[in-house]
Design a protein around this ligand. Structure first.
Ligand code: HEM
Length: 394
């Protein structure tokens, strides 16, 4: 194999600003990349990430899955569904699964549609809207509250905490002090709610299930339930708006494909999948090696973190023909955007429903909306990249 000449550090300005060219070099020159500073590995080819994601014999999620857990180590590992290994993970996940199943999620459509119409009606008078804050963010957090059994009127407050948690600042590798404080505030919010629900049960929901389910023969304590809820609200409220902004952008940049979607909205689920492939916000999630394993002649040792560079895999020409072309008709057999294996996204049906309705309603009101990239705000982060504000005009 060629020696490792490409340089990759998830916190370098180059990677945070425009990772695509580096990912391509990694795929071609160093598909099992070793970073000495962090003593970690990075996998960049689709097939390798796919294989490793399903491999519970050599990898664990229980030591953390983010750079804040495993590289900078500023975030402690707390009980969260995505940080558990089988068999406890499988047990808890199956207790929650019903709330995320397609038939259970389908009745949310009317609520999502009404919220979308209300936002768009206000936007029509104003001449446009922020496709995130006023629209997809508000919808995603409200839906996440509903599914998890949290008060929907607290959506805006929770959204604010989640965005503070994800904020990054120049010169700080990983989470900011304010981000950690926001996580503490989320915890305080959930503990208060848990105490209330222990006295007076709420609606049938994920929270209600967490209050009663046993993991490893014991009921979950308040700290564990709070931590699970934090993960659920973060997962449910933050990735969708970033994905939505990217898709709104790509459709506007490809007016022919947007016109096809306007004429035939049944194409929108495929447009969503292609948008997810083309611009996946989550740059990586990690696992730690539990048992020595080899990739491309390199040996990964127990304890070392491995970054799965999903957006790189989604642009791998070993998997996708002409991966740099945005094509809603691609119909890929598989993509990495919802992960794969035991931890694949449990909220996939929720995300798909939100995307379908938000795109249908937007295109019905403003089939030729314009981008306002000068006033868009992009987040410069190692972990989840994308926009923080994405204004469009009608
Ligand atoms: C476009 C939207 C979304 C994207 C791109 C996305 C992506 C992902 C990815 C890549 C994972 C894998 C994590 C890993 O392997 O460590 C994941 C897991 C997860 N997602 Fe999503 N997600 C989205 C929306 C949602 C929504 C709407 C919810 C909930 C309402 C949700 C809840 C979760 C949960 C709970 C997990 C952890 C599952 C487990 O560990 O068993 N996600 N998601």
């Amino acid at each position: 194999m060629a020696s490792q000449t490409v340089e990759y550090d998830p916190f370098s300005a180059e990677v945070m600003n425009d990772p695509g060219p580096i990912y391509k070099r990694m795929r071609d020159e160093a598909p099992a990349y070793y970073n000495e500073k962090w003593d970690c590995w990075a996998l960049s080819r689709f097939a390798d990430i796919w294989r490793a994601s399903a491999d519970i014999k050599h990898f664990t999620a229980a030591k953390g899955t983010t750079s804040a857990h495993l590289l900078t180590k500023v975030q402690p590992v707390t009980p969260m569904l995505n940080l558990m290994d089988p068999p406890e993970h499988s047990k808890l996940r199956s207790a929650m699964r019903a709330y995320f199943a397609a038939p259970e999620v389908a009745p949310l459509e009317s609520m999502i549609r009404q919220m979308a119409r209300d936002s768009l009606a206000a936007a029509r008078d104003a001449g446009g809207l922020d496709a995130m804050g006023d629209y997809s963010s508000l919808i995603a957090v409200t839906v996440a509250c509903k599914v998890n059994g949290l008060p929907v009127e607290d959506g805006a407050l929770l959204n604010d905490l989640v965005w503070r948690f994800f904020a990054r600042e120049e010169g700080t590798e990983g989470m900011t002090a304010d981000g950690l404080a926001a996580f503490g505030e989320l915890d305080a919010y959930f503990r208060k709610l848990i105490a209330e629900r222990r006295k007076k049960p709420g609606p049938d929901s994920v929270l209600q299930t967490l209050l009663t389910t046993e993991v490893g023969g014991e009921k979950l304590d308040d700290a564990a339930i709070s931590s699970h809820l934090a993960m659920l609200i973060i997962g449910g409220s933050e990735t969708f708006p970033k994905t939505f902004a990217n898709i709104a952008r790509r459709l506007a940049e490809h007016p022919d494909q947007r016109a096809e979607c306007v004429a035939d909205p049944s194409l929108l689920p495929d447009a969503f999948t292609e948008g997810l492939r083309y611009d996946m916000p989550t740059q990586f999630l990690c696992r730690s090696v539990t048992k020595e394993i080899e990739f491309h002649g390199k040996t990964m040792k127990p304890g070392q973190p491995v970054l799965f560079l999903y957006p790189s895999g989604n642009h791998d020409d070993r998997e996708f023909e002409n991966p740099e072309i945005f094509d809603i008709h691609r119909k890929p057999a598989r993509i990495l955007s919802f992960g794969y294996g035991a931890h694949s996204c449990i909220g996939i049906n929720v995300a798909r429903l939100e995307a379908k309705v938000c795109l249908e309603e937007l295109l019905a009101v403003a089939p030729d909306y314009q981008l306002d990239l000068d006033n868009a705000e992009r987040l410069v982060t190692d972990f989840v990249q994308g926009y923080a504000k994405f204004p469009i005009t009608f």
